[in-house]
Design a protein around this ligand. Sequence first.
Ligand SMILES: Nc1ncnc2c1ncn2[C@@H]1O[C@H](COP(=O)(O)OP(=O)(O)OP(=O)(O)O)[C@@H](O)[C@H]1O
Ligand SMILES: [Mg+2]
Length: 246
Amino acid sequence: MAEPILTVHDLSVTFPDPNGGLDALDSLSFIIQPREFVCVLGPSGSGKSTLLRILAGLLKPTGGSYTFAGGRPKIGMVFQESNLMPWRTALDNITLPLELEGVSPDGSRLRAQELIDLVGLQGFESSWPRDLSGGMAQRVAIARALIHDPDILLLDEPFGSLDALTRERMWTELSRIWQMRQKTVLMVTHSISESLFLADRVLVLTQRPGRIKVDLEVDLPRPRADEIRFTQHFGDLARRLKDAIG
Ligand SMILES: Nc1ncnc2c1ncn2[C@@H]1O[C@H](COP(=O)(O)OP(=O)(O)OP(=O)(O)O)[C@@H](O)[C@H]1O
Ligand SMILES: [Mg+2]
């Protein structure tokens, strides 16, 4: 087997609080292989966003460790809230990561326009974040996460506020990007069917403090078309995840 791209070992997080500390994650251990698509499911408050924030380098764990093979990879992150800069247009929000890397505005605008097309926001390039719907803002955030061609995508419920049709289109697009561009994806979701449609593996966390309850391999053939959701095997896997979540 290849060397894991990410090794998480006994990771724990305790936030300070007046009662002696709030345990968010407890001794989490798992590995992710290069180009694997892993989904994380778990009850609200089980530490899913905390886990992504740690891996993105935004928060330090209080115990344990995590290691990326070959040093720090390029990471694309989509937060649970779209986190757009209110004073920048949709297009200028998308180009932000490239700007921070020092890429010329002309080069980055071309790439941003491709991503605008990809996420279906043509015509909204100059809109302000306050004028976008929740789903549109989320699509801007997805485009922003992709623009610097990251090796690893950390996605925190990226499709949470999309309507069903857009959501399914984004599933197909994300699968395509993942497959064609050979990305590694770690994605938090609340949707069992979304996780089974997209992932190679699904990790289910327990109630807070989050521990790994189930690590399920999704052995459904690819490419996965809509109809796969009506197969017996899909139903069996969904049942197992549902039982694990409780
Ligand atoms: N910066 C912080 N300071 C103190 N407590 C925090 C902080 N961030 C998260 N927590 C707490 O840690 C626990 C885990 O939070 P987290 O946001 O990771 O959960 P989650 O699994 O992403 O939940 P949801 O599904 O609702 O998004 C919660 O009890 C939360 O209140
Ligand atoms: Mg969260």
